[in-house]
Design a protein around this ligand. Structure first.
Ligand SMILES: [Zn+2]
Ligand SMILES: [Zn+2]
Length: 198
């Protein structure tokens, strides 16, 4: 079963396959908060204590079917992760490592909204919370299955490295692993301006 993926305005569309294999988490780190402000969508992206709901999956499970030319990316620093979003309406799509051999994408909840189902029923409950020291409050207690689901996800990641399937990704060129678009990297000043508002 595929879960639909779309940006807010509907230009960029696609789907996520195997939604039952994902690992869902919330990240409260300052970088994710700064990114939400960069897009001008902090209210849409962040929960009431500054968390971003993220669905971690393999890039090979993400397929774009329309509007790929709108997919662009930025980074908060020259070593930071690549943060992919739809340039048409600034909907965040997903975050990847800079090295495509790390076969991971954290899809932001905003591109996965589907009127026919909830995130809980499509992807299961939140199983991970990271960056909690930057949270603006105390998050709810976590289910005990966190470690198990994290380990299972890590094992899948290692497998893609061994069998070479990390090359199947819509975010990078399969031959040389360069990102499909040149990331816009913020200068230290631009970045400082975003974080000082947090
Ligand atoms: Zn759009
Ligand atoms: Zn984060």
């Amino acid at each position: 079963m595929n879960h639909p993926l779309r940006c807010q305005c509907g230009t960029l569309r696609g789907h996520v396959s195997r939604p039952e294999t994902v690992c869902r988490g919330v990240c409260y780190c300052k970088d994710c908060q700064a990114y939400a402000h960069f897009l001008g969508k902090a209210d849409d992206i962040l929960d009431e204590i500054g968390g971003s709901d993220v669905i971690a999956t393999l890039p090979q499970h993400v397929t774009f079917t329309q509007g790929l030319e709108a997919l662009t990316c930025m980074s908060l620093s020259d070593k930071g992760m690549l943060r992919w979003y739809a340039s048409c309406c600034n909907t965040p799509v997903g975050n990847t490592a800079r090295d495509f051999r790390i076969s991971h994408v954290g899809l932001l909840h905003n591109c996965l909204e589907d009127p026919s189902t909830s995130l809980d029923s499509a992807f299961g409950p939140v199983r991970m919370r990271v960056g909690m020291k930057s949270a603006k409050g105390t998050p709810k207690a976590m289910p005990v299955s966190t470690t198990v689901s994290l380990l299972r996800f890590m094992a899948t990641l290692v497998r893609t490295r061994l069998n070479g399937s990390y090359r199947i990704t819509p975010f990078f060129n399969p031959d040389d692993g360069t990102p499909r678009v040149q990331p816009k990297v913020l200068t230290p000043d631009e970045r400082a301006r975003l974080t000082e508002a947090l």
